[in-house]
Design a protein around this ligand. Structure first.
Ligand SMILES: [Zn+2]
Length: 284
């Protein structure tokens, strides 16, 4: 069940209640999420907790006004950022919620991801992309409206397919040109104009690996807040052609026997890993 993956709501449903931003309850003490790029600021000695209001060092310079994103254990939860290069006072550290560093537990990684996705939208929705006018909130949600031209703008969540292609006991893995040698994952890519999700799967596999697939079926999805994707997972069966990576975006594409997969395909919190673990045997 992909609902239970990190970054999906189920992971934090007992702790977090999302709320629209304008119902800010004034002066009610709560919790603060402080992000530094894709890391969550924590006290070094008690890593698995959010900051309570008033507990943050005055030496930490916030670059955005804390924004209420919901309730955490029934109290207001506000999110903000510090500069990516800001030095941290003694006693603090920034733990990544993306990547191989798994010191942050999945609950905190998930709420940090939610905050990051919201702040990303907020920081990129000050002005209308149609006329340049200053946007105003639409009450009751995260959408915004342009008083000058009337356009409405809603949070940008980008749909991406991700697919495990199987040929008997073998699975197709690819290495993106930006990845280190030895790192492999599943074929994935953004939905394009005029495509069904299944057509997107066929095109991406064709583009990245040069082969055809059939029997495409949906297996689950995951919010991926880096910065704001929706990963839509599929299985597919090999249907023809010889593997030929495009050499630009994808530099390696190979069939791996499911008993002999490379180390750690996909990030530990990713739906890529979940699909591989669920639909093939994994040796690493
Ligand atoms: Zn406008």
């Amino acid at each position: 069940m992909t609902n239970t993956l990190p970054f999906n709501s189920t992971m934090i449903r007992d702790l977090f209640t999302p709320l629209p931003p304008e119902q800010e309850p004034d002066n009610i003490p709560g919790f603060l999420i402080v992000l530094q790029s894709s890391s969550l600021l924590v006290f070094s000695e008690s890593q698995q907790a959010l900051f309570q209001d008033g507990s943050l060092s005055a030496d930490i310079i916030l670059v955005t006004k804390p924004l209420r994103i919901g309730l955490w254990q029934g109290k207001p939860l506000r999110a903000t950022r510090i500069a990516p290069a800001a030095a941290l006072p003694a006693g603090y550290e920034a733990l990544p919620f993306q990547g191989p560093d798994m010191r942050l537990d999945n609950t905190l990684a998930t709420i940090a991801g939610r905050a990051a996705q919201i702040l990303h939208w907020e920081q990129r929705s000050h002005f209308c992309s149609h006329c340049g006018g200053e946007l105003a909130r639409i009450p009751g949600g995260w959408g915004k409206r342009c008083p000058a031209c009337g356009d409405e703008h809603f949070p940008h969540i980008h749909p991406c397919i991700i697919v495990l292609v199987r040929r008997g006991a073998e699975v197709l893995l690819i290495r993106n040109a930006a990845w280190n040698v030895g790192r492999f994952s599943l074929v994935a890519g953004f939905l394009d104009f005029g495509e069904s999700l299944e057509e997107c799967v066929q095109r991406e596999v064709r583009e990245e690996a040069g082969i055809e697939v059939a029997n495409i079926r949906y297996v689950g999805s995951q919010c991926w807040p880096f910065p704001s994707q929706q990963m839509i997972g599929f299985l597919a069966d090999y249907a023809g052609g010889e593997i030929k990576p495009d050499g630009v975006e994808v530099v390696e594409a190979e069939w791996f026997h499911e008993d002999a997969l490379p180390m750690s395909p996909g990030g530990k919190r990713s739906i890529a890993r979940w699909i591989i673990d669920t639909y093939s045997k994994r040796s690493a």
